[in-house]
Ligand binder design. Structure first.
Ligand code: NAP
Length: 299
């Protein structure tokens, strides 16, 4: 049975380090990290995410600012709010919760966030820094940054000689994850819906990362014995065993069967998920340190 990587524990230790560094930054410079979270519309799942981000920011000792805008908000109104937050020196991190309602175009909104405050790491400036191997001066997308901490827990910081396969090539996760693994010297394959013989590609992976959005897609016979599996998928599926109409969250990996073959594996929930919010706090703290002209802490 594989070692189960505890994302909750890893996230809690990042949050402890962030809270301590935030307190010392405030003591030294008077700067209190500020995170502004913007949400448009009434989607309950998005509101739940945003509320937990705001709560965590408060727990870290940050100034937490939440802007809840009505569904009928226009593109111009949303971009105007982002411009105001860009200009506000008390705000170090800006997060616009995605997806936006259908009538809004997220790309120019994300593009208008100042790169120094882009704590989601989705702006092309930050994506470009990562793509050119500059991991030091930008902000790295939260979920891949968090997944990488879990990989490093098993393999250390240098992945020389290891084959990594990332299934999924989204800008949000797959591409930045592939680039982080490459920066750590892994030999990286990015697989996607057009890849031929995905099971064979995966069997070559010492580190297998699944970010597809298909429940239980990765099967035991896709897994190299002893491999590390990082399951990023979050899928809500019916759970009649919990009662009529009940659901549960599962990943993209068939956990029970793959855990028999793998060396280490992240569970869903409790794996990569908690790391995302922890890294959002870490990015806000980093942005606040840069704004205050202080050396940035490492996580
Ligand atoms: P996405 O934008 O929908 O991308 C999915 C990727 O999977 C695409 O690159 C797609 O390939 C690939 N794909 C789809 N079907 C495939 C198949 N049959 N075989 C191989 N590849 C296939 O999704 P995402 O935003 O990256 O998210 C992926 C999953 O991670 C979702 O379940 C999401 O909920 C989860 N997630 C979790 C967190 C977190 O833990 N906080 C954060 C982000 C995402 P093509 O490019 O060829 O279409």
């Amino acid at each position: 049975m594989a070692f189960v990587i505890d994302g909750k524990e890893a996230a809690a230790s990042v949050i402890t380090a962030v809270s301590e560094a935030a307190a010392s930054l405030e003591n030294l410079t008077g700067t209190k990290p500020g995170l502004a979270v913007v949400i448009v519309g009434d989607d309950p799942a998005s509101h739940a995410y945003v509320n937990s981000k705001s709560r965590m920011a408060k727990q870290c000792g940050f100034n937490s600012i939440q802007h809840s805008l009505p569904e009928e908000t226009t593109q111009e109104e949303l971009e105007k709010l982002v411009r105001e937050l860009n200009a506000d020196p008390a705000v170090h991190g800006i997060l616009v919760q995605l997806p936006l309602p259908k009538h809004l175009n997220s790309e120019p909104v994300i593009g208008s966030i100042s790169p120094e405050k882009d704590v989601d790491g989705l702006n092309v400036v930050n994506a470009g820094k990562l793509a050119t191997g500059d991991l030091a001066s930008g902000l790295i997308s939260c979920t891949p940054a968090g997944a990488m901490i879990l990989v490093n827990k098993i393999h250390g910081p240098d992945l020389s000689g290891l084959n990594a396969v990332v299934i999924g090539r989204s800008n949000l996760f797959g591409k930045p994850m592939g680039l982080l693994l490459l920066s750590a010297n892994a030999t990286v394959t990015m697989a996607h819906s057009k890849s031929r013989d995905l099971p064979a590609i995966c069997r070559n992976a010492d580190i297998l990362v699944a970010a597809v959005g298909r429940p239980g897609m990765v099967k035991a016979d896709w897994v190299k014995p002893g491999a590390t599996i990082i399951d990023v998928g979050i899928n809500r599926v019916p759970a009649p065993e919990k009662g009529e109409g009940k659901n549960k969250l599962v990943g993209d990996v068939a956990f029970a069967e793959c855990a028999e073959i793998a060396g280490a594996i992240t569970p869903v929930p409790g794996g990569v998920g908690p790391m995302t919010i922890a890294m959002l706090m870490a990015n806000t703290l980093i942005a606040a340190h840069r704004a205050a002209g202080r050396p940035i802490p490492k996580f």
